[in-house]
Design a protein around this ligand. Structure first.
Ligand code: AMP
Length: 279
């Protein structure tokens, strides 16, 4: 892979890159579409990264369908799919980890210790292998994008990082490979996430600016249903991810909710309303 990339770059071609764990959906395809427009060549990686799953998490169960992914990638104009094995990425003796401090300890990092260390380690390895000029990530994993931006900046990585809007089902549910775990009943309950974001935006548009008040109202709304269990619900600054007592144009509402064993995440800017939310 690296040799191919070196040759292409030597010939003056610009490489766009979309890293994923596969089981592609329209969210991934939106990244590929943008990648296609922004590079001479488009590389897709598919790797279910064991290092970012905690003990007891869904590494084994994570959905995989390389054949279907291959067909979708071809349609999307992907030039190369890089799909290494876990043994190729982490051979015997592997001992080097990339760790971004601070913002990795909040939100998903608090619930999933070690998760972001796995993400930053694999993404920096993928950057070193694929040698992209530009890489595309979804706002769906908002904290992941913030962490990767931090890593790229701190480590002087010679590429551009682009974040793209969340792609949703028509009823509002953010697309996720993990949606395939949901039962019919949980699929209905999963609307809690996007509905909570909409409710918070509504409150803000009506003039409510106190984060505690907004979060209290949204929490009450979620907790009337017996199904969903809140992991976190916070209003944070888009870059530092620190809690914000008062809403402003940098405020993002981030939430993680359990439906049975399935943990779903979603987020949205609170101002100025839907325009920022949809990018
Ligand atoms: P994953 O395969 O879940 O690791 O995701 C690979 C990339 O696709 C990440 O940058 C995600 O943020 C992005 N992504 C996942 N779901 C969506 C979505 N619904 N809309 C936009 N991007 C997404």
């Amino acid at each position: 892979m690296q040799q191919w990339s070196r040759q292409q770059k030597a010939a003056g071609r610009r490489i766009a890159f979309v890293p994923t764990m596969g089981f592609l959906h329209r969210g991934h395809l939106s990244l590929l579409e943008e990648g296609r427009k922004n590079g001479d060549l488009l590389v897709l990686s598919i790797f279910v990264n064991p290092a970012q799953f905690g003990v007891g998490e869904d590494y084994e169960d994570y959905p995989r369908d390389l054949k279907a992914d291959g067909a979708l990638a071809e349609k999307a104009g992907v030039d190369v799919i890089f799909a290494p094995s876990a043994g190729q990425m982490y051979p015997r003796g592997y001992a080097t980890w990339v760790d971004v401090e601070g913002i990795t300890e909040l939100l998903c990092g608090a619930s999933r210790p070690g998760h972001f260390r796995g993400v930053t380690t694999v993404v920096s390895k993928l950057f070193n292998i694929v040698l992209p000029d530009i890489a595309f990530f979804g706002n769906k994993d908002f904290q992941q994008l913030a962490v990767i931006r931090r890593m790229a900046l701190d480590q002087n990585m010679p590429l551009e990082i682009v974040g793209l809007p969340i792609v949703r089902e028509t009823d509002g549910l953010a697309l996720s490979s993990r949606n395939s775990y949901l039962s019919a009943e949980q699929r209905i309950q999963a609307l809690t996430l996007s509905q909570s974001l909409a409710a918070a935006r509504q409150l803000v548009s009506e003039g409510m600016g106190d984060s505690a008040q907004i979060l209290g109202a949204v929490r009450a709304l979620i907790e009337v249903n017996p199904g969903p269990r809140i992991d976190y619900l916070q209003i944070c600054h888009q870059f530092s991810l620190q809690n914000q007592p008062q809403v402003d144009a940098d405020s993002v509402l981030l939430l993680a909710v359990y439906l049975g064993k399935t943990r779903l995440i979603d987020n949205c800017f609170l101002l100025p309303e839907a325009v920022r939310c949809e990018g």
